[in-house]
Structures are given as structure tokens and as C-alpha cells.
Design a protein around this ligand. Structure first.
Ligand SMILES: [Zn+2]
Length: 163
């Protein structure tokens, strides 16, 4: 069987990010390119950071999804250019906020100095938008997220900090 590139993109867009199921792996920006040659599909993917444990899972999900459609799948893991949060659209960042994760800023201080304290001022709470927040841990549920606490609405939230 043959399939259009657009149809492949659509299928990939239905695969949720294993770490943030509110967005798809396409919205996350890890799917870089799709090539279709007859019934063979080649998908280029870039991990959010080197050694990202979710990458293998995403790769397996891409293969499983396309193989179900009777396609031959090859996943190329591409490390350059490195993944950046700039590959996420504003709409995607808004979904992260709605999910309770403060979206990443463009090249935020944390990205450049992951172990230093940000001097860029407080992070806004994704729930009440208060700036009365405090960093509780540099690493949240995954190494990609830092854990914060909002002193205003008393809720913990995560900040997606990987670049
Ligand atoms: Zn709050």
C-alpha cells in the first residue's frame, strides 16, 4: 500500500507525548521529517535532550502505529540541530499551561545554567498566574521539568525547562 506524507504526519500527531499526554509528539517538536517511499516510511526524530528516557518509548510508538497500517517504518534519530523549545508552537505552550505546566521561555536562564538559580524573576503560576512562586526542586517528574510551588493558590506545578 502507499500512503501520503500528510496522512503519516496525521497519524504521528495522534501519538501523545509519554511525559505530557496533553500534547502530541508532533506538537512537542521531536518529529523532524517524514519521507515516504512506496510502502516504506522514514521518520526523522530528535530527542528533547541526549539520553532522554522517553525517546525510546516515542520511537517504539511511532513504529507500532505505522506498522499497524501495514507500512515499513524506519526511525532515524537525528541529534543535530538539537531540539529546542522554539519548535513548540504558542498553541502548544498554551496547552502545557492548561495542563498545569509552566511553558518554557525562549532560551530561559535555566536552560543555559541548569543548576543555577534563575535571576530572571519569578515564574508565573500556570493556574492563577501569580508570581509568588518558589522553586522546590530542579528536577520534577522527569529531568526535563523543574518543580515549583505557588504560594498564592498553594499548588505545586512543573516548569518545562529543557531547551
Ligand atoms: Zn497559583
Amino acid at each position: 500500500m502507499t500512503i501520503s506524507k500528510e496522512a503519516v504526519w496525521e497519524m504521528l500527531n495522534s501519538i501523545p507525548d509519554p511525559e505530557v499526554p496533553a500534547i502530541s509528539i508532533v506538537e512537542l517538536g521531536v518529529v523532524r521529517d517524514v519521507k515516504v517511499e512506496g510502502s516504506s516510511v522514514i521518520v526523522d526524530m530528535t530527542p528533547t535532550y541526549t539520553g532522554c528516557p522517553a525517546m525510546k518509548m516515542m520511537e517504539d510508538q511511532v513504529k507500532a502505529k505505522l506498522m499497524l497500517e501495514g507500512l515499513d517504518v524506519k526511525v532515524n534519530v537525528v541529534f543535530k540541530p538539537a531540539w529546542t523549545t522554539d519548535w513548540m508552537s504558542d498553541a502548544t505552550k498554551e496547552k502545557l499551561r492548561a495542563y498545569g505546566i509552566a511553558p518554557p521561555d525562549k532560551l530561559s536562564f535555566e536552560n543555559l545554567h541548569p543548576f543555577a538559580k534563575s535571576d530572571k524573576g519569578p515564574l508565573k503560576c500556570p493556574f492563577c498566574r501569580s508570581e509568588n512562586t518558589a522553586l522546590t526542586s530542579q528536577f520534577g517528574s522527569t529531568a526535563c521539568k523543574a518543580l515549583y510551588f505557588c504560594n498564592e493558590c498553594r499548588q505545586p506545578f512543573e516548569h518545562f525547562k529543557c531547551h
